[in-house]
Design a protein around this ligand. Structure first.
Ligand SMILES: [Cu+2]
Length: 158
């Protein structure tokens, strides 16, 4: 009897997962590559309806959005040090995320929702200090590359 029930349970679970994901991002003193004071994911791809959960795996970090570096209509967030904070995605576009104590050391992340890069200029204009600003620029480049058409063939081949 158990075997008969299992497929139905899996179907329900997978349809919920397809609808909205929870994306977990850890706040780390050191990642696997040996980089210090980092988020475990720095370029975070998400869709409207997803929740991005920042987890204080190591101590003395926080995660928060940056004023004016967030899609229009999207509510920002500000986690306290050593606390989990969740970002509920309601709009497409780019959001800059920083750890306040370590942003100038490069502890930043860039969220890309719905493959929408339309507020890139605001992200750059937010002037995140030090290495954080450099990394945000680099992440924006990565996002542009990730979203670029993979082949020119689709353009004019008809
Ligand atoms: Cu930090």
């Amino acid at each position: 009897m158990k075997n008969l029930l299992l497929p139905a349970v899996l179907l329900v679970a997978s349809s919920v997962a397809a609808h909205a994901d929870t994306i977990e991002v850890e706040m780390l003193n050191k990642n696997e590559a040996g980089e210090r004071m980092v988020f475990s994911q720095e370029l975070i791809r998400a869709e409207v309806g997803d929740i991005i959960r920042f987890i204080p795996t190591d101590k003395s970090h926080n995660a928060q959005s940056v004023k004016n570096a967030i899609p229009e209509g999207q509510e920002g967030f500000r986690g306290k040090i050593n606390q989990v904070v969740e970002y509920e995605v309601t709009e497409t576009g780019l959001t800059a995320v920083v750890c306040l104590p370590h942003q100038s050391m490069g502890m930043v992340a860039l969220i890309v929702v719905g493959d929408d890069l339309s507020n890139a200029e605001q992200i750059l204009a937010a002037r995140i200090p030090g290495k954080g600003g450099d990394k945000i620029e680099a992440l924006l480049e990565d996002a542009r590359e990730a979203l670029a058409p993979t082949e020119d063939a689709s353009d004019q081949s008809s």
